[in-house]
Ligand binder design. Structure first.
Ligand SMILES: Nc1nc2c(c(=O)[nH]1)N[C@H]1C(S)=C(S)[C@@H](COP(=O)(O)O)O[C@H]1N2
Ligand SMILES: [Mo]
Length: 212
């Protein structure tokens, strides 16, 4: 289950703008819930951690790609966004033109947000993740949960995810504004350092990398 050459992966802290929660105890997981806001609803749907983990857990080996020219394939455990919506009785068909704005829990240093297309995320089997390589996400890796659409660069997936908004706007996210990355975040065709293989390879930029 362990990702090869994981010690060669660039530090998660370097890519954590607001920084992780202070400690595991700083979030009371009995009280914690993922908040989902449907369009024009001010009261969120709440999903408790234990409920989320029991909907339809899966573990998949999938590759993530960083805009900073590197990539890693890891074993992610979570639930498909699609299965979560089904479980909540949310009719996807009604919202296919919508986007999902993800917002992190945030710290005293601020928060992080990013918006993705809902239909793309569903087509690409986006996951809400709570474990990697068989272990719960560490504070740096996004504890307690993070969302990943594997067809997009990693800056499009929010760690320590707290709120999901269905929205008809496609806002520029925190890091996209600050670092000047494009808000769609599609993986671009170029050479990347493949951390888990310790070699350089060309990625053709046609979505999730599945060929290696
Ligand atoms: N809450 C939050 N999520 C975030 C970020 C962040 O700064 N805050 N950085 C993003 C960026 S730019 C990257 S590259 C990945 C890093 O994920 P990793 O910890 O698995 O390396 O998290 C993404 N999600
Ligand atoms: Mo990043």
């Amino acid at each position: 289950m362990i990702t090869p050459y994981i010690d060669k992966k660039p530090s998660s802290l370097r890519y954590y703008q607001e920084g992780p929660p202070e400690s595991y105890d700083s979030i009371d997981m009995k009280e914690w819930a993922l908040k989902i806001f449907l369009p024009h609803e001010s009261t969120p749907i709440l999903v408790a951690f234990e409920d989320l983990k029991n909907i339809a857990p899966i573990t998949e080996s999938r590759r993530v790609v960083c805009v900073c020219n590197w990539s890693i394939r890891r074993n992610w455990t979570g639930v498909l966004l699609e299965d979560l919506l089904k479980y909540l009785g949310i009719n996807q068909a009604k919202y296919l033109s919508y986007n999902l704005k993800q917002i992190s829990l945030g710290t005293s240093k601020g928060g992080y947000d990013s918006t993705i297309s809902l239909s793309n995320a569903l087509e690409n089997r986006a996951m809400i993740i709570w474990a990697v390589d068989g272990k719960p996400l560490s504070l740096e890796e996004g504890y307690p949960i993070r969302l990943v659409d594997f067809s997009l660069y990693r800056y499009k997936g929010v760690k320590c995810l707290s709120e999901l908004y269905f929205t008809d706007e496609f806002e520029q996210g925190f890091w996209e504004s600050k670092a000047g990355y494009c808000k769609e975040g599609k993986i671009k065709a170029k050479r990347y350092r493949i951390v888990d293989l310790q070699e350089n390879r060309f990625i053709n930029g046609s979505g999730e990398v599945t060929d290696f």
